[in-house]
Design a binder for this molecule. Structure first.
Ligand SMILES: Cc1cc2nc3c(=O)[nH]c(=O)nc-3n(C[C@H](O)[C@H](O)[C@H](O)COP(=O)(O)O)c2cc1C
Length: 185
């Protein structure tokens, strides 16, 4: 079940460094791509940053709309994540090509990817220098949701036998998020 995540705890959805899907939409176009280079940036109001290469189709849609979503996929979706990160929405609709189901976001027009573990709806905070020189986008999180099977009471709980989030190494190889442990006595 999807449930809203308190905005000041939204950073916890990305704090462990998952590779995400970036969804975007502008006019009649919609798209998604993979992004390993993302991170939380602030607690309240929550902010994130993500590298969106200038050659991607996604980049133009985000520049037009000023919005994007970060969807946190699981291991079950890894082949699709690698696939959408290896072709461009300029050439074909990746949602159709990869059979990706979506649902409506609450605050932005970009679609959210079904079956992910969490979703963050973001509005770009324009930082022209960072965008132009480093392809780096800073954004405020307007809404956050997570699947209660794996995230509740502000915590991830990926249990054995259930698909967890993924971390890109390179060349289509990933780690799956492992066992959590506490380091405080
Ligand atoms: C696992 C994975 C992680 C990626 N991470 C990033 C990233 O953080 N930033 C980026 O600009 N591109 C990243 N890419 C590449 C884009 O996903 C890729 O260029 C994609 O084809 C762009 O799609 P588009 O042209 O439809 O927007 C990654 C690709 C893969 C497979």
């Amino acid at each position: 079940m999807r449930k809203a995540v308190e905005l000041k705890k939204a950073y916890r959805l990305l704090n462990h460094g998952p590779t995400v899907l970036v969804t975007s939409a502008a006019g009649a176009d919609r798209n998604l791509m993979a992004a390993a280079w993302n991170m939380p940036l602030d607690f309240d109001p929550p902010k994130v940053c993500v590298v969106i290469d200038r050659n991607t189709f996604t980049r133009g849609l985000i520049e037009k709309s000023g919005e994007f979503a970060l969807c946190v996929p699981t291991r079950d979706q890894a082949v699709m994540v690698a696939g959408v990160g290896d072709c461009s929405g300029r050439d074909s609709d990746k949602f159709l090509r990869f059979g990706i189901a979506t649902f409506e976001a609450q605050k932005i027009s970009a679609p959210l990817v079904e079956s992910c573990a969490a979703w963050l709806e973001c509005r770009v905070i324009p930082e022209v220098h960072n965008q132009t020189k480093y392809d780096l986008f800073v954004a405020e999180v307007l809404a956050a949701q997570a699947d209660t099977e794996v995230f509740s009471d502000g915590r991830w709980h990926f249990e054995a036998g259930r698909a967890a989030s993924i971390h890109h190494i390179s060349g289509g190889a990933f780690f799956e998020t492992g066992e959590a442990f506490a380091a405080r006595e």
